[in-house]
Write a protein that binds this ligand. Sequence first.
Ligand SMILES: [Fe+2]
Length: 190
Amino acid sequence: MWLYEKKLQYPVRVYNRDLRMAKFLMAQYGGPDSELSAAVRYLTQRYTMPTNKAKGLLTDIGTEELAHWEIIGTMIYRLLQGATPEQLRREGLGSYFALHDQAVYPADANGVPWTAAYIQATGDPVADLHENLAAEQKARATYERLIRLTDDPGVKDTLRFLREREVVHFQRFGEALNDVQEEMARKKIF
Ligand SMILES: [Fe+2]
C-alpha cells in the first residue's frame, strides 16, 4: 500500500509561462523513457526479483519515480497556466489544446500517447535490471537536454535535482545486479 504525502518531493518554481518548454517536458511525463514508464516498469518487475532486497529496491525506486512524475506534471501545468488558445496555437500546442485543453495528459513531446509497450518485464531479473540501467541513463540524457532548453532558473533547478536522482538510481541498480547475480550463482539458478 501507499501513503500519500500532500507535498512534492522537490519544490517546483516556475518564474515565467513557457508553452514550448511545457511541450518539451512531456518527454519525461509520457514518453518512452519518462518518469511514468520508470514507475510502471519497476513496480511491475519487482515481483519476479529473486531477493527481498531487490524487490524492496524496485518498490522504493518505482515509488520515487511516481513522485517525480508528479513533479513533472506540476511543472507542465504551471508552465501552461493561463495560456489562451491563440498562444497555445502559436507555440505548437494547438492540437494538444484541441484534444486535452490544459489537462496534463500522458503523451510525449510529439503528442504520442503513453503506452505500456514502452516497458518490459521479462521475468528474468538479469535482463530486467539491465533494462533499468539503460532506462536510467536515457532519462539522465533527456534531463540534460531539457536543462539546455530552458533559461528559467526555477525549472533548471528542479530538472537538475531529477537528473541527479537518475544517476543515484543507476548506481543502485548496478549494486542490485551484482547482488542478484551472486545469489543466482550461489543457488545455481540458470
Ligand atoms: Fe530514475
